[in-house]
Design a protein around this ligand. Structure first.
Ligand code: ADP
Ligand code: MG
Length: 689
């Protein structure tokens, strides 16, 4: 068994020294196993060797032959052209390299080589502009007469070197590696076993073999991922809550009675699901999905109240200070009437206040705590944390969610997101959660009228803003994302706001809001905006998530083509939160078809679900709603969208396997569980056994 070799450093391979190892590291390759799972991006079909006489201008061809003579030319400073005359058995052609003077020495006359390059016929001589070459040492060729793998590269490495390293690694393994996929599964889905799959994905005998090998690794990756999720889920399902809930009582009743509206059908249905989970003995572990403005907050508040009236504590974590503050204000206002106190903890909380707050939470005096990431700090401890609510889950990583959960003893966990996620993706991103969806908006909401305009029509948009303000409404102006740099964004935001205050909106209250402001400043601005004193809020995307100020009815998004669809939809969700007609104006001069399409999609549809799918189609799942930043494991070869069929199969097999071996102790499945832990354990927070 050679599996241990897979875990060894690449330097165990003879031809890899420290320098090459350093280059490989840049590709994320550390071990022999990493090297072997550096799969080709594509293959070049060089099955047919050409002969010099039949070459076609500008085509890429591969020819074998013997070096006759070599010549270096230096037509000008800094340019060396090396020409090798090569005889292919029928005629002569010239192989041409630029600025690689060592070639002459490396390929002396008499050397047999294969050469791949672009054909250039001129003045009776046939030249090949070399892209790839290989010395023909009599063994199997890696670069000619076959499908040739093309790998992702990095500086200091070329295709030839990678091919050689991988071939050497495969030779060392000598097909002795043990497959951790159960034989029944590879048989059932007609997948090659690991040894053959590795050989064929790198150096395929034909296209079918390459496809099958690829299919195997895609399945393998999805299967391991789904196993990780299934294991985590099982862990949760098997656990028993440490606290029990009392039946719904007076607090909940009063809160609901005081609400100025009726719950929508969607809210009621979701509440029944959540409430049943609270009553169950296994911890609630649920994703609450609902488009922006669907009214998730009310539902989570009801859950928190059930915790409080059962003598437990509840924590609500939000991704930004502004949102945490808003939740705090809203809850304090609604709950004061029924005598429930709420605390707020952010990184901006003053030291003394923080100390007092922490003491009261630890003692169990304070039952409800709202906050940002600051809740995760080590010295925050609860007396009886029964319920954790995470708002706008997509902004947090799986690990942060887990960190908050670990502050309690198997507390109930409710995570909320406005991100409508297509089913296949949800199964994976949130494979360990139950899912509830609020599928309707509260009644009486007029759809936001959305227009895309060119920058020169901006004055018209500003007139709309003025009109709305004269009607007593308020406006957001979202500033261009100039670059990734916050500093420059800030500059552009402050310029814009100063200009607006001096010209268009002279005499009106215009203020600016951005992420770098001190907490107190942000609070002050938001509170003046909430009270209607500030009429126009010029802001960076800090207002993107969750902000709820129903009197704001216009949003102007400058350079809207720089934002992704999901983000535009979130931003737009800040207006249209009352029965007043709202407007969203996307200002852009789109340069690519893709950005034009995005803007068009925004004006056409208000349905977050459709937009999410459009976003996926346009950008691919990697970019999808910051799944990258969420700490979700990156997939090497599988693609959650393209491979959705394999994903569903993998999910079923994973569930069956975990079901059949609940303690993951069978010797037959040990290897696979070990592999799951090695690959996904860190990200998904599982441990086996
Ligand atoms: P989100 O789901 O985006 O978090 P919120 O919870 O912030 O949405 O709710 C959006 C707005 O809708 C809030 O102002 C809230 O008071 C209001 N709202 C919630 N539920 C209802 C309802 N059933 N009827 C009318 N308005 C509601
Ligand atoms: Mg919300």
């Amino acid at each position: 068994m050679q599996n241990n070799l897979l875990l060894k450093s690449v330097q165990t391979i003879k031809t890899i020294g420290p320098r090459r190892a350093a280059s490989l590291q840049k590709l994320g390759i550390f071990t022999v196993g990493d090297l072997l799972s550096h799969f080709p991006r594509r293959y070049e079909d060089r099955t047919h060797l050409c002969s010099a006489g039949t070459l076609v201008q500008d085509e890429t061809a591969t020819i074998g032959g013997k070096v006759l003579a070599a010549q270096d030319l230096k037509p000008r400073r800094g340019l060396t052209i090396t020409k090798l005359a090569v005889h292919d058995g029928f005629g002569v052609f010239y192989a041409v390299w630029f600025n690689q003077p060592f070639i002459k020495k490396r390929l002396p006359p008499g050397t047999k080589i294969y050469i791949t390059g672009k054909v250039d016929k001129g003045y009776g001589a046939t030249q090949l502009m070399v892209e790839d070459y290989e010395v023909d040492d009599g063994g199997d060729s890696l670069s000619a007469g076959r499908l040739v793998p093309i790998y992702p590269l990095t500086e200091g490495l070329n295709q030839r070197q990678l091919r050689l390293m991988i071939r050497t690694a495969l030779a060392v393994l000598d097909n002795q590696i043990v497959d951790f996929l159960p034989g029944e599964i590879t048989e059932k889905y007609n997948l090659p076993r690991i040894g053959q799959a590795l050989q064929q994905i790198h150096f395929p005998d034909g296209e079918k073999q390459a496809r099958d090998a690829r299919r195997r690794f895609i399945f393998e990756e999805l299967f391991l991922l789904q196993l990780a999720l299934a294991m985590r889920r099982r862990e949760i399902n098997c656990s028993v809550k440490s606290y029990n809930y009392l039946p719904p009582g007076k607090l909940l009743h009063l809160y609901r009675k005081n609400l100025p509206f009726q719950l929508t059908g969607g809210q009621r249905r979701v509440w029944r699901e959540i409430s049943a989970d609270l009553d169950s003995s296994r911890p609630l572990h649920r994703l609450l999905q609902g488009d922006v403005g669907a009214g998730k907050t009310v539902v989570s508040t009801m859950a928190m109240l059930r915790a409080v009236e059962s003598g437990l504590q509840a924590a609500l974590m939000a991704p930004t200070e502004i949102l945490a503050e808003q939740h705090y204000l809203g809850l304090s206002k609604d709950l004061a009437a029924i005598g429930v106190e709420v605390g707020l903890l952010t990184s901006g909380t003053r030291k003394k206040e923080r100390e007092q707050l922490l003491a009261r939470i630890a003692a169990g005096e304070l039952k409800l705590l709202v906050g940002t990431h600051a809740l995760l700090q080590g010295d925050v401890s609860f007396q009886r944390l029964g319920l954790v609510v995470v708002d706008e889950q997509h902004r947090f990583g799986v690990r942060q969610r887990a960190a908050l959960t670990h502050k309690g003893n198997l507390p109930d966990t409710l995570v909320m997101t406005a991100t409508p996620i297509p089913r296949t993706l949800a199964l994976t991103l949130y494979g360990d959660l139950d899912i509830s969806v609020i599928n309707e908006l509260p009644p009486g909401r007029n759809p936001v009228k959305t227009y895309a305009i060119l920058p020169r029509a901006l004055p018209k948009a500003m007139r709309l803003v003025k009109k709305q303000i004269s009607l007593g409404r308020q406006a957001y102006i979202v500033c261009p994302l100039v670059e990734e740099s916050e500093k420059i964004d800030l500059q552009s935001a402050s310029n814009l706001s100063a200009e607006l205050a001096a010209n268009e909106f002279k005499g009106l209250q215009v203020e600016m809001l951005h992420g770098r402001m001190k907490s107190a400043e942000k609070e002050e601005i938001m509170s003046r905006f909430r009270q209607g004193e500030i009429k126009v809020l010029v802001s960076t995307t800090v207002i993107e998530v969750g902000v709820d100020i129903p009197n704001a009815t216009v949003m102007i998004i400058i350079d809207a083509d720089r934002f992704g669809l999901a983000q535009l939809h979130q931003l737009r969700g800040r207006v249209g939160r009352s029965s007043h007609q709202s407007y969203c104006i996307l200002v852009a001069n789109p340069k690519t078809d893709q950005s034009r399409e995005r803007l068009r999609a925004m004006t056409r549809t208000r349905d977050g679900f459709l937009l999410a799918e459009e976003d996926l189609r346009l950008r691919g799942p990697g970019e999808f709603h910051g799944t990258r930043q969420s700490g979700f494991p990156e997939l090497k070869i599988a693609d959650l969208l393209r491979d959705w069929k394999a994903l569903e199969v993998a999910r079923e097999e994973a569930i069956t396997l975990v079901h059949g071996d609940p303690s993951c102790k069978n010797t037959s499945t040990k290897a696979i569980f070990a592999e799951v832990e090695a690959r996904f354990g860190k990200n998904i927070n599982i441990s086996c056994g």
